[in-house]
Design a protein around this ligand. Structure first.
Ligand code: AMP
Ligand code: MG
Length: 465
């Protein structure tokens, strides 16, 4: 089989693409292959498992340059330190998709890093991104994880792996910060025109910004509707396409608490659950700064235009969040007071986010006991349920949006630990549960239940390095 990749990004902005080759794998072994995605891309899964395996783990591509604010501090030169864009290919719907390798060796952007990735973090990205896709949330996709035979030195020696990732593109807020920082306005314009052609055809530069604001506002709302915490919302981890990218220390919240953070590196909770809209807006302000010279010749005028567009973030976010919550509650109309009171009750009673909304569907069908039993304050939840019932909730609507199975932290950890030991069984079973997240299936109770208390109290995720 012959695969023809294009080089649209490298052709459009060669200044931001360093031609580079992946380190050869010693003994590549396929750990996970996404057959439906392979077919969508016109790739034969049988071929990928055999002669095509090198294609998922090696080859020549480009390391992409980008900058970024990490935890608020600006780095003018980050870039793909351990990843390569192999090129773009056209999928069966005629859409251009990036094919990218992560963990493929040091590049000129590697700084102190070893350019490698361990099996665990790459399997984490695989299962969580595929779960997000199944939840209908825009995301980069995982095509495969291949163990390389390399030893990766972390706190202990670990087996190395490469993730083959597919994305609408890998253009980030940080890509624009990099272009702006060069002082070359013509490069900035070419990058913006490339992004427009790829994602928002026909738009002006200001409309490009407006589209990204809307896409990111909706994305963050949709994360929060399923309790997702990205964990490291640096500007280099925020896409122009509106897809979720870079699953490092991310996690699904269990007991509802807006201050929840799981990332061990996020000491001050900058990227905690409830901060995510504010952080997204902050990141978009950085994108506006980068794009400013393209909005208007006069700087004051450009700033005015940028601010007016940035102000649309809140409306887009509210619309997606409230609209999504209406569906989760199965009701229409003004749900704000009802929602505020529910979230306060859930917070006080440490109620599992996913379980509650799932069990509320049963309450809409007349069996309120499972949902109510999650609360200690029974009078409080009974009063709330009575108000909610008066609005005539529609259980069918609720069941379509409230997942039963999400990649809970303890299940992910268990699957990754087994995978690192060469047993892919738990990973495969978890993947099966979370890629069909709606509707209870017999025998899968284990995947619906919250973590044991002693697990949740101490759980932290580490950056995907
Ligand atoms: P991340 O936090 O994964 O989004 O990565 C932030 C930056 O660090 C990016 O420029 C990465 O390419 C780089 N990076 C992360 N891990 C490594 C590594 N092991 N080797 C080289 N570069 C890395
Ligand atoms: Mg990143």
């Amino acid at each position: 089989m012959n695969i023809s990749l294009s080089s649209d990004f490298a052709d459009a902005v060669p200044e931001m693409a360093v031609s580079w080759e992946a380190v050869p794998a010693d003994g590549p072994e396929l750990l996970a292959l996404n057959e439906p995605l392979a077919k969508e891309l016109g790739l034969d899964p049988a071929w990928l498992r055999a002669d095509g395996l090198p294609f998922l783990v090696s080859g020549r591509g480009v390391a992409q340059a980008y900058a970024g604010h990490q935890f608020g501090g600006y780095s003018p030169r980050l870039g793909d330190g351990r990843a390569l864009l192999l090129g773009e290919l056209t999928d069966s719907d005629g859409r251009l998709r990036d094919l990218h390798l992560k963990g493929s060796g040091r590049t000129p952007f590697a700084r102190g890093g070893d350019g490698l990735a361990a099996v665990g973090p790459m399997l984490r990205e695989y299962v969580i991104s595929e779960a997000m896709h199944a939840l209908g949330i825009p995301t980069t996709r995982a095509l495969a994880v291949v163990s390389t035979g390399h030893v990766v030195q972390r706190e202990e020696p670990l087996a190395g792996a490469v993730l083959a990732r597919v994305a609408a593109s890998h253009l980030r807020v940080g890509s624009f910060q990099y272009a702006r920082n060069t002082g070359d306005k013509e490069l900035l314009r070419r990058l913006a025109d490339h992004a427009i052609a790829r994602h928002y055809p026909g738009s002006s530069h200001l409309e490009l910004f407006a589209h990204v604001v809307a896409a990111q506002a909706e994305l963050v709302a949709r994360w929060m509707l399923v309790g997702f915490i990205h964990g490291v919302m640096n500007t280099d981890n925020m896409t122009i396409s509106g897809e979720t990218i870079d699953y490092g220390p991310c996690a699904f919240m269990e007991a509802y608490d807006p201050t929840t953070k799981y990332s061990s590196i996020d000491e001050r909770g900058r990227y905690a659950f409830g901060n995510q809209p504010i952080v997204a807006e902050w990141n978009l302000a950085r994108l506006a700064e980068a794009l400013l010279p393209l909005f208007a010749e006069n700087e004051d005028e450009a700033v005015e235009l940028a601010l007016a567009t940035l102000r649309t973030f809140e409306g887009h976010f509210e619309e997606a969040w409230i609209g999504g919550m209406r569906a989760k509650l199965g009701v229409s109309g003004d749900v704000k007071p009802l929602l505020t009171d529910l979230l306060a009750l859930m917070h006080e009673n440490h109620v599992d986010f996913t379980s509650f909304f799932h069990l509320l569907g049963k309450a809409a069908r007349g069996d309120a006991e499972p949902a109510r039993s999650l609360f200690l304050d029974l009078a409080g939840i009974d009063a709330w349920l009575a108000r909610w019932r008066e609005l005539g909730p529609d259980a069918a609507v609720m069941d379509r949006v409230n997942p039963v199975y999400v990649p809970r932290n303890h299940l992910v950890e268990e699957a990754l630990a087994a995978g690192a030991d060469g047993d892919m069984g738990p990973f495969d079973r978890l993947l099966k549960a979370v890629t069909s997240p709606y509707g209870e299936r017999p025998g899968l109770e284990y995947f619906a239940d919250p973590a044991p208390r002693d697990f949740s109290a101490t759980y932290r995720t580490y950056c995907g390095t």
